[in-house]
Design a protein around this ligand. Structure first.
Ligand code: HEM
Ligand code: HEM
Length: 185
């Protein structure tokens, strides 16, 4: 009999695509937030600065699309049981971190979208301009960008806990947790 010991394959592919896109959007976002527009232009020039903003927004919108698919593959298909079972502490911490990551990865692009649009900037997705959906409101935009920054740091903390947890299961506890999300075995 075939025991279900992995998430379904599309869900695993989505996990790794979102993981890569989230790390890239954190890195590009923190670079832009830390340097600001003027300093980024003086360091790398106009063309590359625009490319960095466009890439960041495109990655963010892509994450929103991938997360929509991922929520479907998570809810529609059976999740494998842990074998060996997790203890109570591991179960509570990992479930909380996973749920918070799901919420954060949906709210974060929506905040970026709304902050950008209300600041009067284009919401870019590759070479397309998506509808802003809210009018220009600079005070609101400033507030939304502050929340975008705070949530960015919260995601950094959650991802760090998550990766440490994964490494603990993989290298120290040596159980089957890593295998559940692996593309190769
Ligand atoms: C999961 C997706 C996203 C992540 C993880 C992310 C992360 C970040 C982070 C960490 C910052 C730095 C904040 C700061 O230090 O001030 C940032 C800045 C920024 N983000 Fe995002 N972001 C995402 C999606 C988006 C989207 C969809 C848009 C717009 C369509 C967007 C637009 C921006 C802009 C314009 C900045 C620069 C703000 C500034 O110059 O202060 N982001 N992002
Ligand atoms: C090197 C980096 C990473 C490793 C080794 C890793 C590993 C794993 C593993 C082994 C699981 C399965 C856990 C279980 O079945 O209980 C998992 C689930 C999960 N991972 Fe990661 N991950 C990484 C990066 C990321 C990143 C960057 C994110 C989000 C930004 C993320 C979000 C999630 C979420 C939300 C789950 C819950 C399971 C689900 O999708 O339903 N992971 N990860």
């Amino acid at each position: 009999m075939h025991e279900l010991d992995h998430y379904i394959y599309p869900h695993r592919v989505l996990h790794w695509l979102v993981a890569g896109a989230a790390l890239l959007s954190l890195a590009s976002g923190l670079t832009l937030g830390f340097l600001g527009f003027e300093r980024t232009v003086s360091l790398i020039g106009n063309a590359l600065t625009n490319l960095l903003y466009t890439s960041h927004k495109t990655l963010g919108v892509t994450i929103l699309l991938l997360m929509t698919l991922r929520i479907i593959t998570r809810l529609a298909f059976v999740v494998p049981d842990h074998d060996p079972p997790l203890n109570g502490f591991e179960r509570i911490v990992s479930t909380s971190v996973h749920h918070l990551l799901y919420v954060a990865l949906v709210v974060m692009p929506l905040l970026g979208w709304a902050a950008t649009a209300s600041g009067g900037f284009p919401v870019e997705f590759f070479h397309w301009h998506l509808p802003g959906l809210i009018g220009e409101r600079p005070a609101l935009s400033e507030k939304l960008f502050t929340w975008h920054e705070w949530l960015g740091w919260a995601i950094v903390v959650l991802v760090s806990l998550h990766v440490l947890g994964a490494l603990f299961h993989w290298r120290i506890k040596r159980d089957n947790v890593m295998k559940r999300m692996s593309l190769f075995d």
